[in-house]
Design a protein around this ligand. Structure first.
Ligand code: MC0
Length: 153
């Protein structure tokens, strides 16, 4: 059902400075950037592995674009650091229904738009061992990984 680690979300105050640190220290490049108004974040996807086959794993840097967003609240409470882990699935609605039936709180009534055209939903951290957990279905349906523009299906 959950087939891979799609990305690890990292909350930061300054996305450009944090991306620069990952470039200098780790050698990771920004593969994609966008603003998700609904979630209240500016985000950058740093590819960690995987290339042309589209099955990459990412670090997702998250900078809040408004004070009432989940990432702004997280930063105020915890400071910078790991915000969530995201697992890839070929069927986000089905996976959420199956997990919800086990008594875990699914935080969205229906999947919402995520980065790179994906569909996402979240599971409550208090029901997942203290880890905010995201389920991700890539744009185009199958596979479960985010897919950058121009990579093969
Ligand atoms: C809050 N808590 C967390 C947490 N955020 N625990 C672990 N990891 C996190 N990220 C804990 C708090 O410490 C607190 O525990 C309790 O949850 C309630 O926190 P709160 O600050 O009072 O409550 P809210 O209102 O911030 O709600 C928390 C909740 C919310 C997780 C329900 O943030 C949410 O709905 N998140 C899902 C959406 C989201 O995070 N979007 C941003 C990423 P104590 O014990 O102190 O009471 S968007 C994204 O990632 C997209 C664009 C993508 O991947 O494509």
């Amino acid at each position: 059902m959950l087939t891979r680690i799609d990305h690890v979300g990292i909350a930061c105050f300054d996305l450009d400075a944090t991306a620069d640190m990952y470039r200098r220290v780790h050698g990771f490049e920004v593969a994609h950037e966008e603003v998700n108004e609904e979630q209240g974040v500016r985000e950058a996807m740093l590819r960690v592995n995987g290339t042309d086959d589209g099955h990459a794993t990412y670090l997702q840097l998250l900078e809040p674009v408004r004070e009432d967003s989940p990432v702004a609240r997280f930063l105020a409470r915890h400071g910078e650091g790991v915000h969530h882990i995201a697992f890839g699935t070929g069927d986000v609605a089905g996976a959420a229904a199956e997990i919800g039936a086990k008594g875990v709180r699914v935080l969205d009534e229906a999947p919402r738009p995520g980065s790179m055209g994906s569909s996402i939903t979240f599971l409550h951290p208090k029901d997942c061992g203290g880890v905010l957990t995201e389920l991700v279905q890539a744009a185009g349906g199958s596979g479960g990984a985010h897919r950058e523009a121009g990579t093969a299906e």
